[in-house]
Design a protein around this ligand. Structure first.
Ligand code: AMP
Ligand code: MG
Length: 358
């Protein structure tokens, strides 16, 4: 494909595909685009991905252009079977075999030592490659029928909240990609867990729906990269992508953590103060607390009793606050366990580290 001038608009084709039984002819059309080196945004069970032929350097370059993604942030390759990874990696450890069998297809990305077949642009020059098999019939059909691994970062403009519906993708990438496959809203709503198995200690570089607790039940010595849990700028994350401000709303954001009662009280105090300064205040509440604030634009992000609902709604809720043009978002935090770790990691990034203990 010819290198495109950044200003030149691309004609974006939007197709609606059945998320349970994808229409074969539509999947084949998407696969044809991928084979031609074009960009196709598609749903996965985590968030929407912006896909290109992962072995075609020119096509992969276009992903970085469309997203405005920094070149030093490597991409995940998506496969449709465990066997697909063999040509892409130098070796597969026993742990990796077990984890793939247990969690694939699913929201777990594994790092391997890369083979020569993987272009350097995918790994940003690193000697490891990140690979995942998504659990979504549209994604799997697209990968299988294009006959190659698909490189696919989240289908948003870099820095913005990840897209969990086709509308989010259209908002960010219309006119910048060749096709957007609308397969409804994504299930998990948070990007995959990234696990590094190439070092002595297995390390979670990015938390996701496959949790530390899930992984510990299989590989007991797994640890979390310190930058995930600590709120400090002194710790440089091991995963290049984790060092960027991410998922950010246009508004300022403050995240409150601690006892739920204290959180509600403090958010009320802060809301009152900001409103007195004529600011439009958004409150990211939960089902359990949403009726207690009284003032501000209150949106419940999900239920504390079913934290998966919070993961599912998080990015959409941040985008909703942007649509309502609030000046500041006051958000309730959650506990740092199970999927709560992934939720807090995204809130930390979205707020630029504005975490307040109450
Ligand atoms: P995204 O596809 O936008 O969800 O981002 C992919 C994430 O995986 C980013 O945080 C990357 O930094 C991370 N990643 C991809 N490949 C590697 C790698 N080889 N080593 C470390 N992190 C990686
Ligand atoms: Mg991303």
């Amino acid at each position: 494909m010819k290198r495109r001038d950044i200003m030149e608009k691309i004609e974006t084709k939007i197709i609606k595909v059945n998320e349970i039984n994808p229409e074969e002819e539509l999947i084949l059309e998407g696969a044809k685009f991928i084979k031609e080196g074009k960009l196709v945004a598609f749903p996965t069970e985590t968030v929407y991905g912006l896909g290109a032929n992962g072995l075609n350097e020119e096509a992969v370059k276009e992903i970085f252009v469309a997203k405005g993604r920094p070149q030093d942030n490597p991409l995940i390759l998506h496969v449709s079977s465990i066997e697909d990874i063999r040509p892409l990696v130098k070796s597969v450890s026993k742990e990796a075999e077990i984890l793939m069998k247990k969690f694939w297809p699913g929201p777990l990305t594994l790092l391997f030592k890369k083979s020569k077949k993987v272009p350097n642009i995918i790994t940003a020059g690193l000697d490891t490659v990140a690979i995942r098999m998504p659990n979504n019939p549209i994604a799997l059909g697209l990968i299988k029928n294009s006959g190659m691994p698909i490189a696919a970062p989240s289908a948003n403009t870099s820095g913005k909240p990840s897209p969990t519906s086709a509308d989010h993708v259209i908002e960010d990438l219309y006119g910048k990609v060749h096709m957007i496959i609308d397969g409804g809203s994504t299930g998990v709503g948070l990007e995959s867990t990234v696990l590094d198995l190439t070092e002595e200690i297995p390390m979670i570089l990015r938390p996701g729906a496959i949790t530390l607790e899930d992984l510990q039940s299989i590989i007991p010595n797994v640890e979390e990269d310190l930058s995930i849990i600590k709120n400090s700028n002194d710790i440089v994350p091991k995963s290049p992508g984790q060092k960027y401000r991410h998922y950010a709303p246009k508004a300022d954001m403050l995240v409150f953590v601690g006892d739920v009662e204290n959180m509600v009280m403090e958010i009320k105090v802060q809301a009152k103060e900001f409103i007195s300064q004529e600011k439009t205040v958004g409150i990211m509440a939960t089902e359990e607390t949403k009726d207690r604030y009284g003032q501000g634009i209150i949106i419940s992000v999900g239920s504390r009793k079913n934290m998966e609902t919070i993961g599912h709604n998080l990015f959409n809720t941040i985008r909703l606050f942007d649509q309502k043009e609030v000046d500041i978002i006051l958000a309730e935090g959650v506990e740092l366990s199970y999927i709560g770790t992934a939720i807090m990691n995204r809130l930390k990034k979205a707020s630029g580290g504005n975490i307040i203990k109450v």
